[in-house]
Design a protein around this ligand. Structure first.
Ligand code: ATP
Ligand code: MG
Length: 174
């Protein structure tokens, strides 16, 4: 057992959906505790509520139909579930990176990969255009995209599914 402090302590999250056919109970009281330096994998069959659990933590679900009925998610002395959209946006852009399951719907199809990587770094980290571009290439390389710099001008459809998911990982790292 680890004696390290918790980074994220989730207790008893219940999330359900109000649908035309009635209530769908997607997450029924999940709890877990993530310590500093730990990696936590959550495993379960398709539809068992893994994505809904994580999206509940950052209020990434459309509400309605989704409703977080109960639970707490303690992150740095605050309960994520009690934060408003503005506070959560700050955490999402600075402290918790989220890699969506379907990268095609989270990348903008009409903007280049390089732009989509660099723009948030310019905005949130205040990097110059040149520095952000250089950092984007480094990050792409870090996640295993060959000839990264030459691919910054590509659009998402020019990348494979796995490569697009790597771009999302690069964004989370950034
Ligand atoms: N918008 C929605 N409206 C109604 N039900 C939903 C909605 N989104 C998800 N669900 C339901 O919530 C349950 C949990 O879905 P979730 O996406 O969390 O599964 P998962 O464990 O991530 O599965 P997978 O391994 O396939 O990604 C499923 O029964 C799903 O049908
Ligand atoms: Mg999922």
């Amino acid at each position: 057992m680890s004696t390290q402090a918790s980074i994220l302590k989730v207790e008893n999250i219940v999330t359900r959906f109000h649908t035309q056919d009635g209530l769908v109970y997607a997450v029924n009281g999940i709890s877990f505790d993530l310590k500093k330096g730990e990696l936590l994998g959550i495993v379960g069959e398709s539809g068992s509520g893994k994505s809904v659990t994580m999206m509940s933590l950052l209020k990434l679900l459309p509400m309605p139909p989704a409703e977080i009925v109960s639970g707490t998610a303690k992150f740095e002395d605050q309960d994520l579930l009690q934060l408003d959209t503005k506070q959560l946006r700050k955490i999402r852009s600075g402290k918790i990176g989220f890699i969506f399951q379907d990268p095609m719907t989270s990348l903008n199809p009409v903007l280049t990969i390089g732009y989509q990587l660099a723009e948030p770094m310019r905005e949130h980290l205040g990097l110059s255009r040149r520095k952000a571009r250089k950092r984007s290439a480094e990050l792409l390389e870090q996640v295993g995209i060959p000839m990264a710099e030459s691919r910054l001008g590509d659009y998402p459809h020019q990348f494979s599914g796995g490569m697009r998911q790597r771009v999302m990982i690069a964004m989370a790292l950034a």
